[in-house]
Design a protein around this ligand. Structure first.
Ligand code: TXA
Ligand code: MG
Length: 346
């Protein structure tokens, strides 16, 4: 926890931190970088502060927020009946891209009910970013923070994405440069016998299983007809303006689709990797990392989806990615961005 140990030093080099922490204490909303995506923070104990998050994002009020903390001691003020496996998970993955869903403290709970959308559980995480940790510490509060995008849009991985979505609607942004992971945290439900992944993310299933044995995946993520246990997963999300289609097929096949749409007079974009870029001729071809380094794909996915908006294409074809490791989170986000429109090569 470098930032927490060196808070005084850090505050000197980031005077915005003091200002931002003050705004949080005054129940204003402030965007800040985390290691996953930019978050839109507010005092998690204040109804009016939390309301401002929902208003700025246009977020449905039945979708609960993650509470961000900077110190493990804050956890016991929020949650109870914490199973032993959680100690191991925290030891290995905090600070980091793992959000734990736990039973809320029943007596003396100080969190606003709006944070948890009236659920009996609460989602908590400790972000692995010096600015986020220093800001939370300096505010002296648990900080509710969803991703700092307009609801439905790709999450922001740069301060300018936040600005494009929320300028004029929030009190400020701390610009900490591009985020690291590029996709959101893994949401893990730890209230049952076996931990269940509600949202795949920065920590992979394989990594979790190495630490705590068997881990399950919410079946709603696999089968489309089941209602997800994480309320946020039911919404269309991460979507660019133009319709997006994921193609399970060769580059040649994707290129054929492109030509046929161009003949209809449409402007077509292709989302590919550096290895395959040269196969394509389309109105815009954007690469999103390397097929041999899925972390680089995760890192650039949201930025690339936003670039298609700037280019103003009529439709986008995307390559498909392998679903191992971080690939599970990549395909989860890409499928949601595409509204589950997948084209299979005959
Ligand atoms: O990486 C991240 O997690 C980022 C950064 C800013 O920390 N935050 C983020 O928050 O992605 P948001 O609000 O965009 O997504 C939170 C997800 C939603 O799918 C929500 O439904 C789920 O967590 N969630 C929150 N509380 C929950 C609960 N008590 N039970 C089940 N799911 C919950
Ligand atoms: Mg979000």
């Amino acid at each position: 926890l470098w930032a927490v140990d060196n808070l005084a030093v850090y505050k000197q080099s980031y005077p915005q931190l003091i200002e931002a922490a003050k705004l949080l204490r005054e129940n204003e909303v402030v965007a800040f970088p985390t290691e996953t995506v930019y978050g839109l923070g507010a005092n998690a104990t204040s109804d009016s502060a939390v309301n401002k998050i929902f208003e700025a994002k246009g977020r449905p009020s039945d979708n609960p927020l993650i509470v961000h903390i900077a110190d493990k001691k804050q956890l016991n003020e929020i949650a109870e009946d914490i199973p032993n496996v959680v100690d191991k998970l925290i030891e290995h993955f905090w600070p980091g891209p793992l959000t734990l869903v736990l039973n809320q403290k029943s007596v003396g709970q100080t969190l606003s009910k709006k944070v948890t959308a009236e659920l009996s559980t609460v989602a908590v995480r400790m972000p692995d970013h010096p600015i986020a940790l220093a800001l939370i510490k300096e505010s002296g509060l648990p900080i509710a923070a969803p991703s700092a995008n307009t609801s439905g849009k790709p999450s922001p991985t740069m301060a300018k994405h936040v600005q494009n979505d929320l300028y004029g609607k929030i009190a400020g942004i701390i610009d900490g440069g591009p985020t690291g992971v590029g996709l959101e945290s893994t949401v893990l439900d730890c209230t049952g016998e076996i931990p269940v992944i509600l949202r795949p993310g920065g920590v992979t299933k394989e990594q979790l299983e190495q630490v705590c044995g068997k881990v399950e995946i919410d079946q709603a993520l696999v089968k489309q007809d089941e209602a997800p246990k994480s309320p946020g997963m039911k919404y269309t999300h991460y979507a660019p303006n133009a319709p997006l289609y994921i193609v399970k097929g060769t580059a040649e096949y994707i290129q054929k689709l492109v030509f046929s749409k161009q003949q209809e007079g449409l402007t077509v974009g292709v989302l590919t990797t550096v290895e395959n870029e040269s196969y394509f001729s389309a109105d815009v071809v954007y690469t999103c990392g390397s097929i041999h380094d899925l972390q680089s794909v995760a890192n650039q996915l949201y930025e690339t989806l936003r670039k298609f908006d700037e280019a103003g294409v009529d439709l986008i074809y995307s390559e498909s990615f392998p679903e191992d490791g971080i690939g599970q989170a990549i395909m989860n986000r890409l499928l949601k961005a595409a509204g589950h429109q997948v084209i299979y090569e005959e």
